[in-house]
Design a binder for this molecule. Structure first.
Ligand SMILES: C[S@@+](CC[C@H](N)C(=O)[O-])C[C@H]1O[C@@H](n2cnc3c(N)ncnc32)[C@H](O)[C@@H]1O
Length: 252
């Protein structure tokens, strides 16, 4: 408990220096539910188990993806950091389940992970024969770890066209040369999610094609629910899947 308090004080100091009083207050209000939950013994036990599994993944594949990293300790130069969640890798079992639920013919699709962190989902996607994989992360530090991971990963690779981009997801232009899978693991809050959704809608209007949004831990599902070109195919507390359905090729 003492360790936890010392950690909180450290984060508070850093946040005050970086965001000022108002910015820190916004962050505290936005994350207060999670803070209270983190103090519960059952939750802390579950976290310990999760960390053990994460370390197992890293040892097995010679990478560094485990653990959480708070935004307060990251080197991000974007106002959107105010709306960003902390880094936390997806569990391999969860990733396998969400892709199984989507039922894709992988070679047709470009897989985009917005908020790719240390690249765990990018590495897991690489085992599948996707046409192309892109990870977008705005922290240069996490992006550098992801690049090293991609180099050293000893797991299966069935996609070789993999790109990591270090930038704010709110400004990312989606590739328009193939059907798309947009994967989101609760990366940011509504203001950024809305910009991402608007960009995806504009990209679809410009170049109609099949698109799926796989949204894990869908805290801002309301943003996606409002989009007329997407149909909600799966709706649960842990995963929402949105799909345009098959799109007929444009007649030229
Ligand atoms: C919960 S982690 C998910 C990591 C990874 N996608 C996975 O599934 O293992 C969310 C990540 O989103 C990143 N992030 C948050 N806001 C972002 C933004 N506006 N642009 C790019 N990355 C962002 C965070 O830094 C963090 O690494």
């Amino acid at each position: 408990m003492r360790k936890l308090l010392a950690q909180l004080v450290r984060h508070a100091r850093r946040s005050l220096a970086k965001r000022g009083v108002l910015g820190t207050l916004v962050l505290v209000v936005a994350s207060s539910g999670a803070l209270v939950n983190n103090l519960r013994p059952a939750h802390r036990h579950a976290l310990r188990m999760q960390r053990q599994m994460d370390r197992g993944f890293d040892q097995k594949y010679h990478v560094d993806t485990a653990g959480t990293v708070s935004q307060g300790s990251l080197d991000v130069r974007s106002r959107n950091q105010l709306f960003a969640t902390r880094y936390e890798p997806i569990r391999d079992v969860d990733f396998a389940t969400l892709l199984a639920d989507a039922g894709l013919h992988y070679p047709d699709y470009t897989f985009v992970d917005l908020g790719s962190g240390k690249g765990r989902a990018v590495l897991l996607a690489a085992a599948l024969p996707f046409r192309r994989i892109v990870g977008v992360e705005f922290s240069p530090r996490l992006d550098a770890v992801a690049r090293a991971n991609l180099e050293h990963y000893t797991g299966e690779r069935n996609c070789t066209d993999i790109e990591l981009v270090c930038m704010d997801a709110a400004r990312y232009d989606f590739p328009e040369d193939s059907p798309l899978v947009l994967y989101l693991y609760n990366p940011f809050e509504r203001p950024v999610m809305q910009q991402v959704a608007d960009r995806l809608a504009a990209s679809h209007a410009r170049r109609p094609r099949r698109m799926l949004v796989l949204y894990f831990t869908p805290h801002c599902a309301a943003v996606w629910d409002e989009l007329a070109f997407l149909e909600k195919k799966l709706d649960s507390d842990s995963l929402c899947i949105y799909d345009t359905g098959e799109v007929a090729p444009a007649v030229t």
